[in-house]
Design a binder for this molecule. Structure first.
Ligand code: NAP
Length: 335
């Protein structure tokens, strides 16, 4: 049975620059019962994603903006509590875009039952979810990675970055990660097996890349944009591929800083290409099988940063992404 109330986080206003508490509305409404062909679920885990910042701006993008007064869009895992849907039974764990709220009603569209016997539920938001899919298709399809090549990834200690580096190692490549802080860098070269790490807060990234990789970068997987992108562009090998996955350093900016070293693409006969992971949905099962195999044989370590709290903790948990407060996939577990 559903509890009588549903706590939600809604968008109160369009933020300018960094997010603040005034951008959100904390609302309690009566919990609804599922109609015919629907199920009700209790939220267990909510995914925190840098892209959420972009979803709040009213400008054309790959998804419509979250509307003012709407429940904040988010991927989550819910446990089915009542069902009038033939595909979902009480107790099932289901992943979908259910939003930042304690209770959901779903018609099952875009919802996927997960098997908790194969991995812990939160893994389906990270390594076996969007972060893993993003790393896999960005690196192998957009980046067209080949064995023996040299890969550089920024945001390397994050959800996508940790997967990119480990997939590249599984594919027999040399990997350099760029991350903020000595602790994150030590994790990359220690537990995660990266060949080298650059602390962008303490080092000159361009100089460090030149020292580490005198023959240049074959694939640069960019999660952060800004100055780090420019440093990587200055160090490309011939026929390099620059994968534009994200640009977190620019998401709060009112004027986005574009790359000034882009002519390096011409000199190095290189390619720079963006992508949106949702376009690969028909191939997610293929990627999940291969990633699952690497997790099982120990080549990929799943790194998660789980914050335990309530939906009211969503706004400050989201901020962690923009302050480097997370290592691996950031998830809010509702307790
Ligand atoms: P994440 O890397 O787990 O978390 C964000 C990390 O970014 C922080 O921990 C922080 O690490 C770093 N960061 C924050 N501000 C920064 C700045 N100003 N300069 C440099 N680094 C900064 O997040 P994620 O979920 O894996 O996402 C990574 C990127 O992939 C994001 O850009 C996201 O938008 C993108 N993405 C794209 C797609 C797609 O379809 N194209 C899909 C999913 C994600 P440090 O401590 O190292 O600074």
């Amino acid at each position: 049975m559903l509890s009588a109330e549903n706590r939600q986080i809604r968008l109160a206003r369009r933020p300018v620059g960094e997010l603040g508490p005034e951008d959100w509305e904390h609302v309690t409404e009566p919990a609804a019962a599922p109609g015919e062909g629907r199920f009700a679920g209790r939220t267990r885990f909510i995914s925190l994603d840098p892209a959420m910042r972009g979803w709040l701006d009213d400008r054309p993008s790959y998804l419509p903006p979250v509307g003012l007064g709407e429940v904040m869009r988010a991927g989550s895992i819910v446990e089915v509590t009542e069902s009038n849907h033939p595909g979902f039974a009480i107790g099932d764990l289901v992943v979908g875009m259910f939003g930042v709220q304690e209770h959901v009603i779903s018609d099952g569209k875009g919802a996927l039952r997960i098997d908790p016997a194969t991995a812990s539920p939160s893994t389906f938001l990270g390594a076996l979810g969007m972060s893993g899919m993003t790393a896999y298709f960005g690196l192998l399809d957009v980046g067209a990675l080949k064995e023996g090549e040299t890969v550089v990834v920024s945001g390397a200690a994050g959800a996508v970055g940790t997967m990119v580096g480990q997939i590249a190692k599984a594919k027999g490549c040399r990997v350099v990660g760029i991350a903020g802080g000595a602790e994150k860098c030590a994790l990359l070269t220690g537990e995660l097996g990266f060949d080298a790490a650059i602390d962008y807060r303490a080092e000159n990234v361009r100089k460090a890349l030149r020292t580490q990789l005198p023959d240049g970068i074959d694939v640069y997987f960019d999660n952060v944009g800004g100055e780090i992108l420019d440093a990587a562009l200055a160090c490309l090998a011939m026929r390099a591929r620059v994968v534009v996955c994200g640009a977190i350093s620019q998401y709060n900016a009112t004027a986005v800083q574009g790359p000034s070293n882009y002519l390096s693409l011409l000199v190095r006969r290189a390619r720079m290409e963006g992508f949106v992971v949702f376009d690969y949905a028909p191939r997610f099962a293929e990627a999940a099988r291969e990633i699952g195999g690497w997790i099982t044989d120990g080549r990929i370590k799943v790194l998660e940063h789980v914050v335990r709290g309530t939906v009211d903790d969503f706004p400050q948990t989201l901020q962690m992404l923009f302050r480097g407060g997370n290592t691996g996939k950031l998830v809010l577990e509702l307790v």
